[in-house]
Design a protein around this ligand. Structure first.
Ligand code: ZN
Ligand code: MN
Length: 480
């Protein structure tokens, strides 16, 4: 039998971090814990009310469509998706169906041993539902989430393993955070996953099974892994895969059949009569956010600077790290006029020290504390032997914490390599310790180290060691 290859597609629901809900002015506040605080006639589906579209949500969705290189439908349409469920007070969800906001996108997965293009079928805007809360023998509904803006993202079945699913989810969350349109915190339900999995030889698709309602990336990966194994076993036994919807049990780590939902899946979509077509106008284009995806950043950094993906993976964890790295490099190249050495120096100090200190103190990069120029200047002085690597690290640490300006650390710690200044200090030391001078003349090497030590003491360790040694030797031989 030919090898069975998994074909996996994802459907993602992403809650947007707008100030207000999608069709009313209620607060969109995921932190609100008291039920039914942020609700009104519109988001609880009272008769006779009219939805008004939130422009910010459209700007966010359009920004995502652009990041995913999608064909944007500049005129799209809202539709009613009809179904009955207690958390859906109108008995329909306002969504997009035939004309989504974006179609035919691409998303690059880039990791140490992976460069892969995943096709995105569509993204569209829709409203979230409320939440059913269950208490023993009764249930209550909380409508705080009802009407919160969502983007639904549907990929083509281009993923080939649970590992690729994990990478997709992680990289997608990074993109969302770079865009700043949502925290995409899976634990808080801000990003929710569904996966469709089929197995077949070559490029063909098998019978598709959908796994619904997964709230953690870890569970998504486990569910897909389990489903691949389950289907493989069935096929090898010669059994048929049933096209169905399955749930995932996080405790037992298995998927289970939920076929009842499959039969109910006739949503009787029709165009939403209460909303005009959604037009992407100049204002939306002007206010949109334009970013490179993490994968594109990594590919570019490799091409421009030869950075390997292991290194750039640490940079893309935060957008500001990428900006800061590139700006510091450009400043350093201006100072050093040696592009290769500049890159080498910055690589040496960026991850272990700069990011290391940020992570140690749980801080973000704050330009009011340290700027790319200051960082570059530090590395420049280091390259000119004006300061030691110990001072570079100290200045970075104090700068990052906002405790001291980099320049002040340097002023305090800069090595004294001015021969005239050193000359005076050494003169003093020689006068103070004539016995040591004599000892050295008698061949006691240790006496020279002692004298150097005394110069270090007077300069608080800032005397340039080689020059100090040289001047002491000169003076002693002259005295002779
Ligand atoms: Zn409302
Ligand atoms: Mn949906």
């Amino acid at each position: 039998m030919e090898e069975l290859i998994p074909k996996i597609g994802l459907e993602i629901h992403l809650e947007l971090q707008t100030k207000t809900k999608l069709f009313c002015s209620c607060k969109n506040d995921p932190k609100e814990t008291e039920p039914n605080r942020n609700i009104c006639e519109i988001c609880t589906g009272q008769p006779g009310v009219l939805p008004v579209l939130n422009k910010q949500a459209v700007i966010y969705a359009y920004s995502l469509a652009k990041a995913l290189k999608m064909k944007v439908n500049y005129k799209s349409e809202f539709a009613r998706k009809n179904y009955f469920y207690p958390d859906l007070p109108k008995n329909y969800q306002i969504s997009q169906y035939e004309y989504p906001l974006g179609e035919q996108g691409i998303f690059y997965l880039v990791r140490e041993n992976l460069e892969k293009k995943v096709r995105i079928r569509r993204i569209h805007l829709e409203e979230d539902t409320g939440r059913n809360l269950h208490f023993g023998n009764y249930s209550l509904v909380d409508f705080n989430r009802s009407g919160v803006p969502l983007i639904e993202i549907v990929t083509e079945p281009d993923l080939r393993s649970a590992e690729e699913v994990e990478i997709f989810a992680e990289e997608f969350v990074l993109l969302i955070r770079h865009l700043g349109i949502s925290s995409a915190d899976a634990e808080k339900g801000q990003i929710r996953f569904e996966a469709n999995v089929s197995l077949a030889p070559g490029e063909s698709l098998g019978t598709k099974v959908e796994i619904k309602n997964i709230n953690k990336i870890k569970s998504l990966v486990e569910a897909v892994k389990y489903e691949i194994e389950r289907q493989k076993e069935l096929i090898l036994k010669g059994e048929k895969i049933v096209q169905e919807t399955r749930g995932y049990d996080e405790n037992k780590k298995i998927t289970f059949s939920q076929r009842w939902k499959e039969e109910a899946e006739d949503y009787r979509y029709f165009p939403e009569p209460d909303l005009p077509p959604l037009i992407i106008d100049e204002e939306i284009e002007k206010n949109a956010l334009y970013v490179e995806t993490p994968g594109e950043i990594k590919m570019r950094l490799k091409k421009e600077y030869g950075l390997d993906y292991k290194f750039s993976q640490i940079l893309v964890l935060e957008k500001e790290r990428v900006y800061f790295f590139e700006e510091t490099l450009s400043e350093l190249r201006k100072l050093l006029r040696d592009p290769e050495l500049s890159l080498k120096l910055l690589i040496n100090f960026f991850i272990n020290d700069f990011i290391g200190f940020l992570e140690k103190y749980g801080l973000e990069i704050k330009r009011e504390n340290i700027t790319p120029h200051e960082f570059a200047h530090l590395l420049y002085l280091y390259s000119q032997n004006k300061i030691s690597s110990k001072i570079v690290k100290e200045a970075l640490e104090l700068g990052i914490k906002g405790e001291m300006r980099v320049e002040d650390v340097i002023k305090e710690k800069e090595m004294i390599s001015d021969a005239e200044v050193l000359d005076k200090i050494i003169e003093e030391v020689i006068k103070e310790f004539p016995q040591s001078v004599e000892d050295y003349m008698k061949g006691e090497e240790k006496a020279l180290e002692f004298l150097i030590g005394q110069v270090m003491k007077k300069t608080k360790g800032r005397a340039e060691p080689n020059l100090t040694r040289q001047i002491i030797l000169e003076k002693i031989s002259h005295a002779n």
